[in-house]
Design a protein around this ligand. Structure first.
Ligand code: ACO
Length: 431
C-alpha cells in the first residue's frame, strides 16, 4: 500500500488520495474511492491521463522513445532470438521460456494450426470480398462456438493451450481469408515449418508449387510481428481489457480487440499510409502539398503514420523498421519508389515547425507497410498482420486482467449534459 498522499482541495475541504509510484518513478493518484466517498468524479476525455490498470507487461517512455517488453529493450528483439514465438511466450507468461517450455509451446502451435472444419465452413459463407479485418474479428469470435471448453479457464495448462490455439489459428484464418479473396485454393499448414514460415506458405504456396521462403523474408516478417506484439494500453488492448473485465472469454475479448484495431487512427493507419504514398506516386499530390494538407485544420486529412498519443519522440519501432527496409531492400535487391517518397515526407515533416511544435514523429505504421509490400503482402492485409502480431499482447493483458484478484468490471462514469427531467409528449400532440 502506498505511503505517499496527494491532497485535493475542493469546496474548502481537503481530500487525501493515495499515490502509487511505477518502476520508472511515474506517480499515479488513486481516485478509486472519490465517487463512493465524496460523490465526485474526474474528467479525462479519451482517458489520455488515466492509468487503466497496474501492469507488469510493457514499458514505454514516450519522451525518450523507449519500449521494453517485460523489461527487455525492443532493440534486443532485432535478432533470430528472441523470435516471435519466444516473444509471445515472454509477454504472456512474464519471463523468457526455457528450452522445454519453448519446445512445448511450438508443438502446441503446430498441433493447433488447422481450422476446425465448422469454422472453415463458416468463413466460406462470408463473401470473398469481405474486408479481411471483418472476417478476422468474426472468425475469432466464432472460435468460442467450436472450443467451448476454453470459455472459462481453470488452470495454466488450459491457458497455455488456448493461447497457442489462438496464436496458431489466427494465422490460418488470415491466410485462408486472403486465399479466398483471390479465388485461390486453401493451402493447409505444414507441420514441418516454423510459425512465420508456415504463415508465408499458407499465404503464397500453390498445391503444385511451394513458395520459396528466403531467410531474409522470414526474418523481416518475424521482426514485423515482434514489433507489433504489445504496446501497453493502446486502443485495442484497452478494449480487450474492458471486455475481459466483465469476465468475457478470451475469444470474444480478442475479437473486440481486432475491431478496435481496424480504425484508421490505430492499426488501420498502415493502410492509410500506403494510400497516401500511392497517391503521391500517382501524381495526385506532391509531398509538400501533402504536408500542407496535414497542417490545414479545415482539412480532415492527417499525415498517416505520424504522431502518437504516448511517443513525443521517434517511435523506436519506426526506427527499427526504417533500418530494416534499407537492409531487406539491399538483401532482396528490391526497389520501391514509395520508400523514397516516405523518406522525403519524413524529412519535410521533421523540419516543419507544425510537426516540431507538436512533437509529431513517424510511428510504427509509417514504414511497416513498405516492408510488408516488399514481402509481397497486399495492402488490405496490413492491419491483419498487425493483429497477428498484437495477439500475444492482447492475451497477456487479458490474462493480467483476469488474474488480478481485485478485478472489477471496467465501467467509467460521465459528465451528463443532456436535458433535465423532461415530460413525455404523446405523438399526436407533437408539432
Ligand atoms: N497529422 C497532422 N496533425 C497531427 C497528426 C498527424 N498525423 N497527429 C496529430 N496531429 C496534431 C493534431 O491535429 C493536434 O493539433 P492541435 O494541437 O493543433 O489541435 C496535435 O497534433 C495533437 O494531436 P492529437 O490528435 O491530440 O493527438 P492524439 O494523441 O489524440 O492522437 C494519433 C494520436 C491518433 C496517433 C494522431 O497522432 C493521428 O491521428 N496520427 C495519424 C494516424 C496514425 O498514424 N495512427 C497510428 C498511431 S500508432 C498505432 O496506433 C499503431
Amino acid at each position: 500500500m502506498s505511503e505517499e498522499k496527494a491532497i485535493l482541495t475542493i469546496d474548502g475541504k481537503q481530500i487525501e488520495l493515495p499515490v502509487y509510484t511505477g518502476t520508472d518513478g511515474t506517480k499515479a493518484i488513486d481516485i478509486g474511492k472519490l465517487y463512493d466517498e465524496h460523490r465526485m468524479i474526474t474528467y479525462d476525455p479519451s482517458l489520455a491521463n488515466t492509468g487503466l490498470c497496474r501492469s507488469k507487461i510493457t514499458y514505454i517512455d514516450g519522451d525518450a522513445g523507449i519500449l521494453r517488453y517485460r523489461g527487455i529493450p525492443i532493440e534486443q528483439f532485432d535478432n533470430e532470438s528472441p523470435n516471435f514465438v519466444e516473444t509471445a511466450w515472454l509477454l504472456i507468461f512474464g519471463r523468457l521460456p526455457t528450452q522445454d517450455e519453448l519446445l512445448d509451446f511450438r508443438a502446441r502451435l503446430t498441433n493447433n494450426a488447422l481450422l476446425h472444419e465448422g469454422l472453415r465452413q463458416r468463413i466460406e459463407m462470408l463473401p470473398p470480398s469481405a474486408p479481411p479485418m471483418a472476417s478476422l474479428s468474426a472468425a475469432i469470435s466464432e472460435m468460442a462456438c467450436y472450443y467451448k471448453g476454453y470459455l472459462t479457464l481453470d488452470d495454466d495448462e488450459q491457458l497455455t493451450e488456448v493461447a497457442a490455439r489462438m496464436i496458431s489459428t489466427v494465422r490460418t484464418i488470415a491466410a485462408y481469408s486472403y486465399r479466398r479473396s483471390q479465388g485461390l485454393p486453401i493451402i493447409y499448414p505444414n507441420p514441418k515449418l516454423r510459425y512465420v514460415a508456415n504463415f508465408l506458405h499458407m499465404m503464397f504456396s500453390y498445391p503444385y508449387l511451394h513458395y520459396e521462403i528466403t531467410p531474409e523474408i522470414e526474418d523481416a516478417m518475424n521482426l514485423i510481428l515482434i514489433l507489433h506484439a504489445d504496446h501497453e494500453q493502446n486502443c485495442s488492448t484497452a478494449t480487450v481489457r474492458v471486455v475481459g473485465s466483465s469476465l468475457a472469454n478470451m475469444f470474444s475479448s480478442c475479437s473486440a480487440g481486432v475491431s478496435a484495431l481496424w480504425g484508421s487512427l490505430h492499426g488501420g493507419a498502415n493502410v492509410e499510409v500506403m494510400k497516401m504514398l500511392d497517391g503521391i506516386y500517382a501524381g495526385g499530390l506532391t509531398p509538400e502539398q501533402c504536408i500542407e494538407a496535414a497542417k490545414d485544420k479545415a482539412n480532415p486529412f492527417r499525415l498517416f503514420g505520424f504522431g502518437h498519443r504516448v511517443y513525443k519522440n521517434y517511435d523506436p519501432r519506426a526506427k527499427i523498421l526504417k533500418a530494416a527496409c534499407d537492409k531487406v531492400f539491399a538483401q532482396l535487391q528490391h526497389q520501391d519508389p514509395l520508400l523514397d517518397i516516405a523518406r522525403k515526407l519524413e524529412e519535410l515533416a521533421l523540419s516543419d515547425q507544425y510537426f516540431v511544435d507538436r512533437k509529431l514523429y513517424p510511428n510504427v505504421d509509417f514504414y511497416s507497410g513498405i516492408l510488408l509490400r516488399a514481402i509481397g503482402i497486399p495492402t488490405n492485409m496490413f492491419t491483419v498482420i498487425f493483429a497477428i502480431g498484437r495477439l500475444p499482447g492482447w492475451i497477456a493483458h487479458w490474462k493480467e486482467q483476469h488474474d488480478n484478484p481485485t478485478n472489477r468490471i471496467i465501467r467509467p462514469r460521465q459528465v451528463y449534459e443532456g436535458n433535465d427531467i423532461t415530460d413525455y409528449i404523446p405523438l399526436k400532440e407533437r408539432s
